[in-house]
Design a protein around this ligand. Structure first.
Ligand SMILES: *Cc1c(COP(=O)(O)O)cnc(C)c1O
Length: 435
């Protein structure tokens, strides 16, 4: 399969280039040249397949021409080592729990698949693949965990000293092995600038086989469509779900659209945002006005210029009317989000995180207008990732830290202190990793 840039459909590359480059040189986004559809045979049996079988069928539809079945099966099985269960709060009110992975958020699915696919794509290269990531917290943790122990790869994470939470820092610094953390005496922007400078240094980039684990990488998107099919399968036969997606960069929602294009019966999508409501406004008015992001308590959705918006437009042939037929948008502020956390606890005895709470509000609003609908709200993170917000509403001790995180918290931190200087970083890379 070939991949083209959204900015220039005639710029086509193969799978290896689309994944290892992550971004086309013209700053567009890579899209599959022909969108796959799952066969009628698959849609006859899909309700009887388990998560891994579903994941394999989807992965094969996208990557089957380039990756042999046995290798692809291993990549999928290695990714899906945990489930994505649907829990029902009340009739028609369903939650898809996407936080059962090692770093407690849905980003584990994309990061784990990408790590394994990258390792396979570079299996015959005589050099290690070196992944550089600058992180302000969560993405670095998911990427570090995903590449940990993946053969032929190593990860260098740059994070700003004193600016990530204690638990986040442990997710970056306590793994060891092929994961190296650099504690940069500077800001997140400094970290990003250092990574960028390393990529722009062609000799270094070539010598160390550098790649980025960017969030708009196609290898992170495709595995996110696995769980839409797996979720729909968990509803009674004949029920067409409305998927409600707490959104920031809109990667998760785009993956849902890919699942629909594969043939999944979906009633509708609802994009739920916090006050950063560029897409809900676009859906109402037809006018797209990106703007600087505002800080909220659902901070993983604080995005003012969603990076996957161009992919959504491409999927609907650049037509606003077409997008509106399938996607609605609605936004909620922090006060409503806090109230929802209390309401979900008191009505359903269920702990919901601030991102899922925004989604739950959107689902409730949708069902008020469409009383026969069955909504599936994506719960994108475990509430234990946001203890301050939850405990402010529900009281001290209301969230339990899962064991897999508690264990990591007790491990020692290993980080290399570094000045926020591009040359220092380049020299360190060359001296420590170049062979
Ligand atoms: C990244 C993230 C989101 C936003 O997902 P997008 O794919 O960027 O729309 C929502 N919730 C949580 C917890 C996240 O980590």
């Amino acid at each position: 399969m070939l991949y083209h840039s959204t900015n220039n459909p005639s710029h086509k590359v193969d799978l290896k280039e689309a994944i290892l480059r992550s971004l086309p040189p013209d700053n567009g986004l890579y899209m599959p040249d022909a969108l796959p559809v799952l066969s009628a045979g698959f849609w006859k049996t899909w309700r009887h397949l388990d998560f891994r079988e579903t994941g394999f069928a989807v992965a094969e539809a996208f990557f089957g021409e380039d990756v042999p079945s046995a290798a692809l099966r291993e990549i999928v099985d290695g990714t899906l080592e945990f489930d994505a269960p649907v829990v029902t709060l009340a009739p028609g009110d369903h939650i898809l729990e996407l936080f059962h992975g090692p770093t407690l958020a849905f980003k584990d699915f994309g990061a784990r698949f990408m790590a394994r696919l990258m390792a396979w794509l570079t299996r015959d290269d005589d050099r290690m693949l070196t992944v550089l990531v600058a992180t302000s917290g969560d993405t670095g943790g998911a990427v570090a965990s995903a590449f940990h122990h993946v053969e032929g790869t190593r990860v260098v994470i740059l994070y700003p000293k004193g600016k990530v939470s204690g638990l986040q820092e442990k997710q970056l610094t306590a793994l060891g092995g092929n994961i190296t953390a650099l504690e940069v005496d500077g800001s997140f922007d400094d970290c990003q600038a250092m990574v960028k400078a390393a990529f722009l240094d062609r000799d270094l980039s070539e010598k160390l086989n550098l790649t980025s684990a960017n969030s708009i990488n196609l290898a992170r998107l495709v595995p996110q469509s696995f769980y839409y099919i797996h979720a729909a399968r968990q509803l009674p036969e004949g029920v067409k779900p409305v998927f409600v997606v707490p959104s920031g960069n809109f990667g998760n929602l785009t993956a849902g659209l890919l699942a629909m294009k594969l043939g999944l019966p979906v009633e509708h999508f609802v994009a739920a945002t916090n006050r950063n409501d560029v897409v809900p406004r676009f859906l109402r008015s037809g006018s797209y006005q990106p703007r600087p992001s505002e800080q909220t308590i659902s901070n993983a959705m604080d995005v003012g210029a969603p990076s996957n918006f161009v992919r959504m437009q491409a999927l609907f042939g650049e037509s606003w009317e077409e997008m509106k037929r399938h996607v609605s948008g609605i936004a909620f502020d922090d006060e409503a989000t806090r109230t929802a956390i209390r309401e979900v606890k008191s009505l359903h005895d269920y702990l919901i995180d601030p991102h899922g709470a925004v989604g739950w509000l959107a689902a409730k609003a949708w069902r008020a207008q469409h009383p026969c609908s069955a909504t599936i709200t994506l719960e994108t993170a475990h509430p234990a990732k946001f203890p301050d917000v939850i405990e402010a509403e529900l009281g001290p001790g209301s969230v339990e830290i899962p064991e897999r995180l508690a264990i990591l918290a007790q491990r020692p931190k290993h980080a290399i202190p570094m000045k926020a200087e591009k040359n220092v970083f380049r020299e360190w890379l060359s001296a420590s990793l170049g062979t």
